[in-house]
Design a protein around this ligand. Structure first.
Ligand SMILES: [Zn+2]
Length: 154
């Protein structure tokens, strides 16, 4: 079992709701720039780096596949750079949710919520972000696709 003390909630957060989210490489927040903690900002910047890496990987893969098939019908693959990050995220979260859901007894009424939270926290993408969100130099020193090393850890 993967254990990470950084997965504890940010004490600055009064609830478990989202204060910021990264969508398609852009950080959105209901907080102003000055209200957002450095920890949350760094967490979302790690997601931006991950998204950009997935974008590049998706672009290379789509270019190769479109060139290989030489068909206009494969132009839908141009969506791959924009969506690869979310595909990886959702596939892993789905597998993790099923694993955690069935790992708990049917008698546990809260197992749906536990599985949902575990799937989120045990995502490779989230594990890298939570592990390093307090290291404010991490973005500069992180290796290419560093989130890959978190795959397989639960
Ligand atoms: Zn995150």
């Amino acid at each position: 079992m993967y254990e990470n003390k950084n997965l504890l909630p940010d004490p600055a957060h009064k609830c478990s709701c989202y204060s910021a989210i990264m969508l398609f490489g852009f950080i959105f927040s209901k907080l102003s720039e000055s209200e957002m903690s450095d920890r949350v900002r760094n967490h979302e910047k790690i997601h931006v780096a991950q998204y950009l890496e997935c974008f590049i990987l998706g672009f290379v893969l789509a270019t190769f596949l479109i060139g290989y098939t030489c068909s206009l019908a494969s132009l839908w693959l141009l969506l791959l750079p924009f969506s690869l990050y979310y595909i990886l995220y959702l596939v892993e979260a789905g597998i993790s949710f099923v694993h955690h859901f069935f790992a708990h007894s049917k008698k546990n009424a809260g197992r749906y919520g536990i599985a949902q939270r575990s799937a989120y926290l045990n995502s490779a993408i989230e594990m890298e972000a939570y592990d390093n969100e307090t290291d404010f130099k991490y973005i500069e020193k992180r290796s290419w696709c560093a989130f890959i090393k978190y795959y397989g850890k639960l």
